[in-house]
Ligand binder design. Structure first.
Ligand SMILES: *[C@@H]1O[C@H](CO)[C@@H](O)[C@H](O)[C@H]1NC(C)=O
Ligand SMILES: *[C@@H]1O[C@H](CO)[C@@H](O)[C@H](O)[C@H]1NC(C)=O
Ligand SMILES: *[C@@H]1O[C@H](CO)[C@@H](O)[C@H](O)[C@H]1NC(C)=O
Length: 263
């Protein structure tokens, strides 16, 4: 299967004057790897990070995570059950602000993060332009659309490198690997088939009745989108937040490590 996705995110303000946190901000909870209760502490710490990221952190140039605005997602996918040439413009994603952090672990040697979160209700809306097939149904149209996945659980493995700056140890997040499950999905694509109403309504009903295979066919697209968004956020955050504030006894461990970790 050939899949190409281009995502233009604007999660960052790219403020050139952004200064990293030289003192520990209030929303950061410091945990210690030496603490036997590290995982529990870390879960609370990452929950506090998500809570702070919801409205955004303008002092380090970070836009809100909820609502999250993405100017453009381009999708080109050749073979398989989804055969689409699609674009989503002016995308707004709401719901990440209600993220529950279920689990947070940090590898003692590599500092790779393993995180499991749950997003009870998410809504993705934007303007679509689509020509292709989903579940073998030919679909053509352009207009407003929305998708509402419910009870999404996301497992994230983040590849991390450590480096020194000004006497601090920073985390360099180099990749994010995502696996997710959803409990349900509703969707609506307006103006399918140039607004032939009966066809538009029956197709939307069919896609909703078959939300499971529809969401499976969108899995590669959604996985890549979530990975790109999370990687952007984590890089921006940890470029500006010394690792010592998160893990009090962190050590720069820039030695040989496995780089082929997957979820
Ligand atoms: C996206 O939003 C911008 C600014 O509001 C607008 O100029 C543009 O036409 C919109 N694009 C689409 C495809 O709706
Ligand atoms: C959400 O999904 C998880 C497993 O993915 C399940 O254990 C849980 O019961 C679900 N919760 C709701 C409210 O559907
Ligand atoms: C982070 O890692 C990437 C990929 O290995 C590397 O290109 C980049 O220079 C690193 N950044 C820092 C600040 O060490």
């Amino acid at each position: 299967m050939q899949l190409k996705i281009f995502i233009v995110t604007c999660v960052l303000y790219h403020s050139s004057a952004a200064e990293y946190y030289k003192t520990k901000p209030d929303f950061v909870k410091t945990c210690f790897k030496s603490d036997p209760e590290f995982d529990d502490c870390s879960r609370q710490a990452v929950q506090q990070l998500f809570n702070a990221l919801g409205p955004g952190l303008p002092e380090i140039g970070m836009a809100p995570l909820d609502p999250l605005n993405i100017p453009k997602i381009r999708i080109l996918q050749g073979e398989g059950p989804v055969n689409v040439n699609a674009a989503l413009d002016n995308v707004t994603v709401t719901g990440f602000g209600q993220t529950d952090v279920l689990l947070s672990q940090v590898d003692a040697k590599t500092y790779d993060f393993y995180t499991r979160v749950r997003v009870p209700k998410m809504r993705i809306e934007g303007t679509y332009d689509l020509k292709g097939k989903i579940l073998l149904i030919p679909l053509v149209g352009r207009g407003l659309c929305w998708f509402e996945p419910t009870n999404m659980t996301i497992d994230i493995v983040s590849d991390v490198k450590t480096y020194d700056r000004d006497g601090f140890v920073f985390f360099n997040v180099t990749a994010a690997h995502v696996k997710y499950n959803i409990g349900g999905m509703k969707l609506r694509m307006n103006n399918l088939f140039d607004g032939i109403k009966s066809l538009e309504d029956s197709t939307n009903s069919y896609l909703n009745a078959n939300w499971r295979p529809v969401s499976e066919s969108l899995r590669p697209i959604l996985t890549k989108t979530i990975e790109d968004i999370l990687l952007d956020f984590m890089q921006q955050l940890f470029n500006n937040l010394p690792g010592n504030f998160m893990i009090g006894d962190v050590k720069n461990n820039a030695v040989s490590k496995k780089t082929d970790k997957k979820v």
